[in-house]
Design a protein around this ligand. Sequence first.
Ligand code: HEM
Ligand SMILES: [Ca+2]
Length: 760
Amino acid sequence: EPYGTSLGGHYGVNDLNEHVHSTEAPCDVCPRHGVCVPPVQCPAHVRPGARNPRCHLETQIGVCCFTGVSHAGKYWHRKRSNRASINVEDVKAAHNQSRRKLQMWLLRAEGLQKEPYAVVNVTSPSYGHHLSLVTYDERAQRLGRGALLNLFAAQELKSRQALTDDELALRFTDHTDGPYCPPNPPCPEVPSKYRSVDGNCNNKDNPSWGGTHTGYGRLLAPSYSDGVWAIRISASGEPLPSARAVSTALILDGNHPSSNHNLLFMQFGQFVAHDISTGVVYTLANGKPISCCDGNGEAVLPPEMQHWACAPIVLDEDDVFYGQFKQRCINFVRTQLAPDFDCSVGYATQMNGASHYPDLSHLYGSSVEKMSQLRAPGGLLAVFNDYGRELPPLTHRKECLNVHDGAACFESGDNHGNQVISLTVLHTIWTREHNKIARALSALNPGWDEDTVFMETRRIVLAEFQHIIYNEWLPLLLGSKIMQMYGLTPSAGYALAYDPETNPSLSGEFATAAMRFGHSVVDSQLTVLSRQRKGVYESISLPEVMFQPSRLRIKPFLDRLLLGLMWRPMQSVDPFVTEALSRYMFHGGNPYGLDLAAINVQRGRDYGIRSYNDYRKLVGLQPLADFHQLAPSAARRLSSVYASPDDIDLWVGGLLEEPVEGGIIGTTFANIIADQFTKLKRGDRYYYEYGPDVNPGAFTPSQLAEIKKVTLSRILCDNSDGIEISAASPNAFFRSVPGNEPVPCDSPLIAAMDLSKFKE
Ligand code: HEM
Ligand SMILES: [Ca+2]
């Protein structure tokens, strides 16, 4: 039985009053030097015993926060605190114990390398999952081992000292550094004019903040069943329902197109997501993917045969879909851990393999070595010149599925630009944008050497990209009220929001749940549209073009796919996810693929993300006390899998919410995402809108004014092949609804930068 008949998110989850902090009227001025902020920026207000008065923000009710000056990005729960009883002996013993344990774990993993059952078969759907996530390298491995050492030390100290989970969450280690202390990245004496490749050296006092291979932050302390790293369990103490059971009960397929937003909005979202977030999963020491299921998914490996990073998703014998294929197991490997740069020990923190900033790291790479591989002479990015059309370079590494003669597979900064062909199209467009600007800049500045051309071009392209995110994409996601409340809207001149105390790191809640709203807006098909042929040229079933981008070599394909992305509506944000993702993802040559919805749920548990209700409280909503507060169909579905409303997984709960005014996602996701992009703005010294007082690579006011003319339509007009695209809608993320009809590419409605402002 389906969820009601309404289109898009009306399942009653928002139909509850705002969380009542007190019965008093909101204050005009916060007492005791408190600052009035949106509740999500003051996580301390949900701690037991906290009593934060409410206050008036411009467009909503906030809470008075007393934890500091700026509240986005402050690690309130990370403050180190002393625990006098921890003595040197205990610490020594914990360190020794931890080293022994790491040795054992590494040995065990090494042994598995020789076992065929422990390695994912390259023809199985899981191989595509592996290709999507892993950014395997030496540095990540070293940091990951160090993180395990510190984790084991935390476990040992926790039991020796009988620490509570709360104490652990408060970090108790002022004089108990872990056995592993990562070195801070070396930074130049005088800050570089150019953003570093790996994101390091952005913040003066904390040079690792936002860097590649650093940990995800958290909005709330984790919910690990052992307080340290074990996967979340039910409030009742029992295991949670299988992630696949949650997916089958709550996540359905259904066609509910968005009224205005097109599929390009979806595709740009994934492009942004890949820039700022790529969880690094454990692999075997030789880089091969770990298998937790028996060879072809017919059973879960017995625990004693599993790698310690395994958390396979268990399927029922009579699973509605996988049952017919006798599948009982979806492979799932846990995310690698990252050490804290303050050397402290505590609960597990997951590792981001990309730089956290929106800096096109998936185009330019996240390390100096990778970037130099991607460059070409003259300050250009390397390309594969396909009879005059520039495509990303071909790669010879095995990064695509179904490789056959004549198949193409492309290089990218993050090694997974081939995941879906519409993503590869955006990689192509932005590569071309770099080269277009580089050629223009060298013509304007013949004295520049190729490094200068490259870095200056990168600086401009990153500014264009950030401008499109904040000026065009986010407002359509969040609505103007939230944009305004969080100060996300670009200003007229320089922006004044930099705060050196804001840690820009992505939150785990953002990466595992809120930003994955995007999986709900994916459609089952891509449309290849032709103006010349006056209609649909081809409909492609999405799984056929996952890690199979060969069609890009067909001359008019890129233009036609772009037309299709702009023309075809995306799906709405709701608990409906296409079977292209929930049954057939990465199927390759198999009759079944993976279930991304189940994987999302399991990933949240892997990160120790708390239950949905805790985040409702965090953003100022009333928690669900009873399933029956919801629309009857949603209530039935939720209660059929979860034992308690306090068990609901964040990604699932968020998708059930009704959209915020003027936006497309519910209150919980909207606040988590708005908070994240606030941190990415306040905590990034190189944010494009900052002036020379803050930003070592600031633009002049007249250069900045040129950058702010740029829209995604401009980028598409300039970098498509000119075969089918000579016009575009001014707003590239909307269909050609009234007021957004296509205009010629040279129309003043699609403004262009005057690059002469960049002549030195
Ligand atoms: C076009 C089809 C898409 C496919 C095939 C796809 C596939 C995947 C896969 C396989 C993962 C890794 C899951 C895990 O193991 O945890 C993932 C993660 C993710 N996806 Fe998608 N996705 C798609 C579209 C999108 C869109 C449109 C968005 C956002 C607007 C999005 C946002 C994310 C985010 C934020 C993550 C977490 C990344 C990380 O931290 O590792 N995805 N996706
Ligand atoms: Ca990045």
